[in-house]
Design a protein around this ligand. Sequence first.
Ligand SMILES: NC(=O)C1=CN([C@@H]2O[C@H](COP(=O)(O)OP(=O)(O)OC[C@H]3O[C@@H](n4cnc5c(N)ncnc54)[C@H](OP(=O)(O)O)[C@@H]3O)[C@@H](O)[C@H]2O)[C@H](O)CC1
Ligand SMILES: [K+]
Length: 497
Amino acid sequence: MLKLLTSSQIREADAYTIANKPIQSLDLMENASRAFVELFMEDFSDRTLSISVYCGTGNNGGDGLAIARILHKEGYERIKVIIARFSEKSSLDFNINLDRLKSLDLEVKEIYRAADAGPENADIIIDALLGSGLNKPLDGEWKDLVLWLNTLDGAKVAVDIPSGFKAEGAVGRTDAVFRADLAITFQRARLNFLLPDSSPYLKYFEVADIGLDEAFMQDGEGPYYLLSEDDIRDRLRARLPFSHKGSYGHALLVAGAPETMGAALLCSKACLYTGAGLTSACIPAEGLNALNAAMPEVMAVVREGNRLPASLQWGKYQSAGIGPGLGTGDKSLHVLKDTLKNFAKPIVIDADGLNLISSNYELMQLVPEFSVLTPHVKEFDRLFGEHTSWWERLETGIDRAVTLGCTIVLKNRYTIIFTPEGRCLFNPTGTPAMATGGMGDVLTGMIVSFVAQGYTPEDAAIMGVYLHGIAGESVQGYVVPPSRLIEALPEVILRYL
Ligand SMILES: NC(=O)C1=CN([C@@H]2O[C@H](COP(=O)(O)OP(=O)(O)OC[C@H]3O[C@@H](n4cnc5c(N)ncnc54)[C@H](OP(=O)(O)O)[C@@H]3O)[C@@H](O)[C@H]2O)[C@H](O)CC1
Ligand SMILES: [K+]
């Protein structure tokens, strides 16, 4: 897991690296600028594109000057540098890079007011005005310049952080932020890049390694981490010789209503394809034909009149999940209550299971410790109250996971897993093509399956979320139908052994 850091922690890592490695601050700026250019060249390889680099006079601006110089060396022919002299101060490394730039045959313009900028019709606008040094919202000349840049047609690329964008903390709705198509950021993704509140200001980001001290960063304070494939390799166990279906657990999925049997079918199939030894679906009688026809491998536990059968032997299941397509009527409420009371082991709760708890919050007391709750944003807010920013949701998620002793999986482009110990893990896998109904049902089935196989609920959530995203990425196309994703699972999981 990569530790994710706040801007001030990255600045500490910067200072630590300079103090403890044989590297000067100017070299770090050179590293950062080279790393930026390497990634930039992959996206914009055409050397005839016109590029305007807008620089402040701090170190973000210093990066901009170094980037302009390196791009020139790389053969980009049409580079212009515009320096915003809106502050009397300038950093040492900025000044040195300005001297280095002056020896080159490049157009450099210094402006003292936003109104002096332009005309501008460059193909690419590089924003090196302000980076991690931002300490207040943009106003005055800065704001005017950024608002004007936002009106231009060129592709917009930010150095490190779009100017005016808060890398962490609640992102206020403001226009005074450079609206970047791409940010090439240094060393670690910024926390707010991973939250939907960044979407008006940033379409994509890439991370450039600039050589900051990794051990120092990993030891930093704070609950935020980014999952990586090593986290799956470290957890996933091979299926052993002489193992049999009993070795991989029996999973029970309490799901479906006559009109929403699809949800029950998807989560049961995902459970089966993720490797549970046995999968049983507890479904309404009306869905029995559908289950038998669609999935001969899955066994049925039939709910007549939406009542759990008295014969249900709870003890024979190693894991259970409840909620997909269950409905929110009174009988579904009884089914949920009985399941929570009788199963009495960590359980995966999704969709209508969560909606029922939202409207009957006393049920939360019945939720066994170490259970996994898998809300999307609306379900999260129904459960824990309305939020005005995703940053607030991060704070709530950490707090509730600890107080409830549960893992909470807040589903999104970068799904966030809050663990009972108070960690907050961002998942990088998945694609926007996965934004379609039924995806959540699949994830639930996967997590239940991993719990059945003996993984802890927290590990099952980590593996389920990460592999769900990888399986989604493996299906090519404009949209990923959940049933196609499920079919990719056995092969995708095998890659991580
Ligand atoms: N470790 C790294 O990640 C490295 C980062 N590098 C680059 O350096 C910047 C950070 O540079 P820094 O000089 O610290 O800060 P900025 O360039 O972002 O800002 C400069 C000064 O601007 C002032 N400021 C802050 N907010 C505003 C505002 N809203 N309006 C006007 N002015 C503002 C502030 O100075 P004050 O004296 O006014 O407080 C800033 O100090 C980082 O983003 C990277 O691009 C290095 O190149 C390599 C290592
Ligand atoms: K910037």
